[in-house]
Design a protein around this ligand. Structure first.
Ligand SMILES: Cc1cc2nc3c(=O)[nH]c(=O)nc-3n(C[C@H](O)[C@H](O)[C@H](O)COP(=O)(O)O)c2cc1C
Length: 213
């Protein structure tokens, strides 16, 4: 047995009090994101877990990269025919979460995922290096393949096919925007008395409540 019962950390870096928060959670998210960036020491602070309810009835989490956020929501890019894409098509309710260990903070977002506009998908697709564009075309994400060489051979043949030609974004690859209905901010504190502030959207107004740790 590997006993982890001594793994313990006292969270002491900050606090989250009602008098320091904005009426809109995107304002607070933006502040926390900036602070996680400024503090440094955490790589890929835009890495977030997205959980979906799969066609098999099970929740599934995986990491994707947040590429934009606005007052509308949180945008990531993926293959629409992947396992998550199929799950979202059936049930668009998703949950995102971030853990920023450098600021001892967690953010959990419940919301509805919708495909972004073609414009947003195109803008991002064409901003990526050619290798990533071809990778997006080559990979039928989440399908079973017989070996790594399937992907490598596909890339090699696409490189030939598209040599000197414009690459077109495949219709099965693009963005989702997660429009939030609930956002919880968790700030680690001493003695497990963590701060938890939850925003819930009711008829266009964000209700703010503190949750027990
Ligand atoms: C740090 C990190 C970043 C990732 N970013 C993305 C991403 O932005 N889009 C994506 O489709 N997959 C990304 N992945 C891969 C996903 O975690 C996952 O393997 C893939 O999307 C297939 O998931 P699915 O089969 O559940 O649909 C990332 C993985 C890691 C560890």
């Amino acid at each position: 047995m590997k006993d982890l019962s001594n793994y313990r950390k006292s969270y002491e870096k900050s606090e989250l009090l009602e008098n320091s928060i904005s009426e809109n959670p995107i304002g607070l998210f933006s502040k926390w994101f900036q602070e996680a960036e400024d503090i440094g020491g955490s790589e890929e602070i835009n890495a977030m877990t997205i959980s979906t309810i799969g066609l098999d009835g099970f929740p599934k989490n995986r990491v994707v990269l947040l590429k934009q956020f606005t007052s509308e929501g949180f945008v990531f890019f993926t293959n629409y025919k992947s396992e998550k894409g199929k799950a979202i098509a059936e049930n668009p309710n998703v949950c995102l979460s971030f853990f920023w260990h450098n600021s001892e903070r967690q953010v959990i977002i419940k919301g509805i995922a919708e495909k972004t506009s073609e414009q947003i998908s195109n803008d991002y697709f064409y901003s990526r290096p050619i290798g990533s564009q071809l990778g997006a075309i080559a990979s039928h994400q989440s399908e079973v393949i017989s070996g790594r060489e399937v992907l490598e051979n596909k890339i090699a043949s696409l490189e030939k096919e598209f040599e000197g030609q414009e690459i077109i974004r495949p219709e099965y690859w693009g963005g989702y925007i997660v429009k939030p209905s609930e956002i919880e901010f968790w700030q680690g504190r001493q003695n497990r008395l963590h701060d938890r502030i939850r925003y819930q959207l009711h008829e266009g107004i964000w209700k703010i409540e503190r949750l027990s740790s």
